[in-house]
Design a protein around this ligand. Structure first.
Ligand code: ATP
Ligand code: MG
Length: 351
């Protein structure tokens, strides 16, 4: 079998251009801050003083004696220069602040672009890697199923080997479900997860979930109870994602409860802007403490190391479930009490 090349994350090159300090136009304050600016401003003040004094003298007293422009030329720089220097000082401070702001904005834009590119590259890499991993994993699971079929048919596979193959199949399935979670999460993060809108017959949907859910109960001798409201009818939504999230919650309930009762309750909630569907999974299991509740829906979060060691898992299920629910326009909430049990409730618009 030909091995495909491992996917390499795309390399992000971000070029951030530093803002130029050079003034970009006649009206930009750059030149005004320098000695050239002082000279220009002084010339303007001088010109204004001369013309104003000559004009005023002529209007008020007639012919202008030479002393008038001379006096204006002496007084104007004495009064104007300190004012001009003060004005230039203010302009300089303003220009400095503006330049610092421009530099910061450019740095911020570059950093944001860099972070977004890195995040896209990570999601892309994870999506490709997960895809590459699924092919050999499916082969491992497929071949172990063939061997088990041979064992069931009595085709020369002894019970000891069959038990080993069962372990390989179960480990393979577990690994596959983790890879699928990572793939889904990275697809969502890369904005490449689509949501279907198709009519779902809720009674039929629930029967299907209940059938799979019952199989999950056997391992820890739990009982599954289904409570369905009489007016369920149909909804418009993504049946695959809704099924995935509900089974995820049922899987958790079955995992963290022993010799207990798990209830799957589905109801329609009428609201002014349209009906919602509520799916609640309650259990009588170990419950969750307040600290863990706060960070339950974060990737790779498990209650503590002892839970991880005892029950396995990666802490991706709830993070993924919430993201899927939000993609469908809904959300998941939880209430729980350590030692008494938990209730996870997902709500989605009925469409
Ligand atoms: N019904 C529940 N009862 C008690 N604790 C729960 C329940 N559901 C979730 N938890 C706690 O929340 C944590 C996160 O759950 P999540 O489904 O995200 O991860 P996981 O089940 O540990 O692993 P994974 O789902 O990736 O296989 C669990 O490790 C557990 O500590
Ligand atoms: Mg889980």
């Amino acid at each position: 079998m030909q091995r495909s090349k491992p996917a390499e994350p795309p390399v992000a090159v971000v070029v951030a251009r530093a803002p130029s300090d050079a003034p970009r136009g006649l009206l930009e304050p750059g030149w005004l801050e320098r000695p050239a600016g002082t000279a220009v401003l002084l010339a303007i003040v001088l010109g204004l003083a001369l013309s104003l004094s000559v004009l005023t003298w002529r209007l008020l007293f007639g012919p202008v004696p030479l002393q008038v422009p001379i006096a204006a030329a002496i007084v104007a720089p004495i009064v104007g220069l300190p004012l001009i220097l003060y004005l230039q000082h203010i302009i300089h401070r303003l220009a400095q602040s503006q330049r610092a702001l421009t530099r910061l904005t450019a740095q911020l834009t570059a950093a944001t672009e860099e972070a977004e590119t890195a995040s896209r590259a990570k999601s892309e890499f994870l999506a490709r890697m997960s895809h590459e991993l699924r092919t050999p994993l499916n082969a491992v699971i497929g071949y172990s199923e063939m061997l088990l079929e041979d064992a069931d048919a009595g085709n020369g596979v002894d019970e000891q080997h069959a038990a080993d193959v069962r372990r390989i199949r179960s480990a393979g399935r577990h690994l596959l479900s983790m890879v699928n979670d990572v793939l889904d999460l990275s697809k969502i993060e890369a904005g490449r997860m689509d949501v279907q809108a198709q009519p779902i017959d809720l009674v039929h949907f629930l029967d299907d979930i209940a059938a799979t859910g019952r199989q999950l109960m056997a391992a820890r001798r739990n009982e599954l109870r289904i409570e369905r409201a009489p007016d369920l009818g149909t909804m418009v939504g993504d049946a695959t994602k809704l099924r995935q999230v509900t089974l995820n919650l049922l899987g958790n309930a079955a995992k963290f409860t022993e010799n207990g009762r798990i209830t799957l309750a589905v109801a329609r909630e009428p609201k002014a802007a349209g009906d919602w569907i509520r799916i609640a999974v309650s259990d009588t299991g170990i419950g969750i403490d307040a600290d863990t509740l706060d960070r339950l829906f974060t990737n790779f979060t498990q209650a503590d190391a002892s839970i991880a060691a005892r029950y396995g898992g990666t802490g991706l299920g709830l993070a993924l479930s919430r993201k899927l629910c939000r993609l469908m326009g809904g959300d998941i909430s939880v209430i729980s009490e350590p030692g008494r049990g938990s209730q996870f409730t997902l709500r989605v618009p009925a469409g």
